[in-house]
Design a protein around this ligand. Sequence first.
Ligand SMILES: Cc1cc2nc3c(=O)[nH]c(=O)nc-3n(C[C@H](O)[C@H](O)[C@H](O)COP(=O)(O)O)c2cc1C
Length: 344
Amino acid sequence: MFTFSSLDLPIIVAPMAGGPSTPELVAAVADVGGTGFVPAGYLDATAMTDKIRATRKLTDRPFGVNLFVPNDDEVDGTALDAYRATLQPVADRFGVELPQHRHDDEDFAAKIAALQRDPVAFVSFTFGLPDRSVIEPLQSAAIAVGATVTSLDEARAAAAVGYDFLVVQGPEAGGHRGTHHASTTPDDTPLLPLLAQVVAEIDLPVIAAGGLIEAPAIADALSLADAVQLGTAYLLATEAGTSAIHRAALQDQRFTETVTTRCFTGRPARALRNTFTTEFTDAPAAYPAVHQITQPLRKAAAAAGDAHYVHLWAGTGWRATVSAPAADITKALWARVAPLVSAD
Ligand SMILES: Cc1cc2nc3c(=O)[nH]c(=O)nc-3n(C[C@H](O)[C@H](O)[C@H](O)COP(=O)(O)O)c2cc1C
């Protein structure tokens, strides 16, 4: 079974669903000795399989797949209607209708079955903790199976189920917080102390994620973790599918900070502060319902070139993100990190 300690470089390009992660991005990092996750979030089983195939065509190196875990949380219809009403004036301005939310399990069972039939090296789950009935068949197919955790309690729960590795995500992370329940207020313990808590108690390989972009922080994380998972550091990579509006915003000095907000999807996620995050601070904790409701609005805003109504996911280190081929980003990063790690 795959182990992260077997990598030439302990650098993983994070799964970034919704466009930024492409087969080319994953393959480029894998080819220089790191690895990456193909994100299966927002995709059905066929689309996931297509992405896996496309990645395999580009690299012989091992890579993984990341899945969002569907939830059956009760949805507060009144709160959603109230949120839809607050958004209505903006929707009118962009000329879009805000849809009703619908049940969507993202084809979860079919994706698990497809991975069992045609395994990748490793799989991670985000937004929940599937039980043994889901993970054991994957493990039997020689897949290393990991859980994204955002607190010591979530790490304990994952260890009790029998996961092979943990992705410990700190509050600095760009994009969604991987809390196991949408309604959880995320733990705000910074990544390094959170990692220290987890490794002191739990004897599993650990991947560290969140705000990692500068060499000293990466070296610190690697003193506790087996590998680091970087998202924002690759958002401007040549091979990334990051939208033009997102790329421009990441380099626009007028965006001055990131915030954690439920306003775009109903789950806490870190993004550049813009008009949307400032105006809509009372979104209900309902995922994917809020994601579904706001999606046409965000698409229309992106098409109109208005970055203020788009989800501009970014981790706290976004200012250090560089535009370059992913292989160059990875090698340059490792050239700065390696002396710090070997000095330990
Ligand atoms: C644009 C974007 C999309 C993301 N999509 C996913 C995803 O599909 N699955 C997941 O587990 N994490 C996702 N994340 C979170 C990353 O896995 C990781 O925790 C985060 O990028 C680490 O923080 P950093 O962005 O500061 O490096 C995403 C992050 C970003 C920036």
